[in-house]
Design a protein around this ligand. Structure first.
Ligand SMILES: *Cc1c(COP(=O)(O)O)cnc(C)c1O
Length: 365
């Protein structure tokens, strides 16, 4: 049996450190906005290479609060990938702005800079690239476009903590990066969590108020804010895991390379194609196949977990029926939704397990 995801092994590897973090917070008697969050913010900013990090409640609110922090709202357009998890779109519509979906590059999975240029209008305020599956979007091209048109860029780093473009980390490549610490992410909390990384001091300052009821001084509310705070317990756990992030991403890279090797030459299978300027962190290892249903069935029968990221693109979700974007509006995203399959990967998987999955895929293909 090879599960799609194994989250228990992280605790097994780090039990003494995590248990000590738990005890430290419990004994401190301080649970929201304290020393652990402060320390994690500094450590995570240093890791990403930004001046500021603001710990927040989750990744969706990290995206949303950045838009709020830049006063993006009704009447503004934000360019988003057609091929993404729905959270990217939800952040834009939550502030009342309009999503302008743009298709991925032919090699996929990320937003195509050439198509972004054609989607920019006088109302465009921001571009929200997603580093999907842990593979960086083409940030050099996106930042060049943004500079030319005076647009803000917010990276959705939820799946790509630690990934790099030409040696610089995701989260430090745009004007702001929104991170999720949902348990399944490359650095996951034991509950919900999120953060924004940025060099923009004014944005950082505003986010610190927005996350805390619009308040910097207790009971003095300078604007209508949210309650979206990374808590002390999760911050303490994340500090332990941050020490391991580069190691764990390196283990993922080795496993992905093994998949590349063992799955090469299967005619019906499309493998991930990584641009030479990108250092992905393999949040997911995603293949493409026209025979997906059969492949899933065969893997299932062999006791191997697999998942689809994602089976329905945002524009075809009932949640966005009011946008009136019928099937055929974004054919590249739609084809990906019909053909992608994520194989098991994670820092605690063995090469033997990868070999076994690859062999099962080969048999079924
Ligand atoms: C997980 C995820 C999010 C949302 O993060 P949460 O912490 O669950 O709110 C946003 N965007 C992408 C691409 C994600 O994978």
């Amino acid at each position: 049996m090879i599960p799609f995801l194994d989250l228990k092994s992280a605790y097994a590897e780090l039990k003494p450190e995590l248990d000590a973090a738990y005890a430290r917070v419990m004994e401190s008697g301080w649970f929201v906005l304290g020393k652990e969050v402060d320390a994690f913010e500094q450590e995570y900013a240093a890791f990403c290479g930004t001046r500021h990090c603001i710990g927040l409640g989750n990744g969706l609110e990290a995206l949303e609060l950045v838009l709020r922090g830049w006063n993006i709202g009704a009447g503004d357009e934000v360019i988003v990938p057609s091929n993404t998890y729905i959270a990217t779109w939800l952040a834009v519509t939550a502030v009342g702005a309009t999503v302008v979906p743009v298709e991925p590059t032919p090699a996929g999975p990320n937003i195509d800079p050439d198509r972004i240029a054609a989607a920019i209008t006088p109302r465009t305020r921001a571009i929200m690239p997603v580093h999907l599956y842990g593979e960086p979007a083409d940030m050099d091209a996106i930042m060049a476009l943004a500079d030319r048109h005076g647009l803000k860029v917010i990276e959705d780093v939820a799946q790509a903590q630690g990934a790099k473009v030409r040696g610089r980390r995701a989260g430090a490549l745009g004007h702001a990066g929104a991170h999720s610490f949902f348990p399944t992410k490359n650095i996951g909390a034991f509950g919900d969590g999120g953060a924004v990384t940025t060099d923009d001091a004014a944005l950082a300052d505003r986010l610190r108020a927005l996350r805390n009821y619009g308040s910097k001084v207790k009971y003095v509310n300078i604007e209508r804010g949210y309650n979206s705070r990374l808590d002390e317990m999760q911050a303490a756990f994340l500090r332990v895991k941050l020490e391991k992030l580069d190691d764990w991403n390196e283990r993922r890279r080795v496993l992905a390379a093994r998949y590349d090797d063992r799955l090469a030459g299967i005619a019906s299978l499309g493998l991930p194609r990584v641009p030479q300027w990108a250092e992905p962190v393999w949040h997911l290892y995603v293949v493409r196949t026209k025979n997906r249903a059969e492949l899933v069935k065969a893997l299932d029968a062999a006791g191997i977990g697999s998942l689809i990221h994602y089976p329905i693109p945002p524009h075809l979700q009932q949640a966005y029926a009011d946008l009136g974007l019928p099937r055929g509006s974004f054919p590249l995203a739609e084809t990906l939704a019909e053909t992608v399959l994520s194989l098991p990967i994670g820092p605690h998987m063995s090469l033997d397990s990868i070999n076994a999955v690859a062999a099962a895929v080969r048999r079924a293909s």
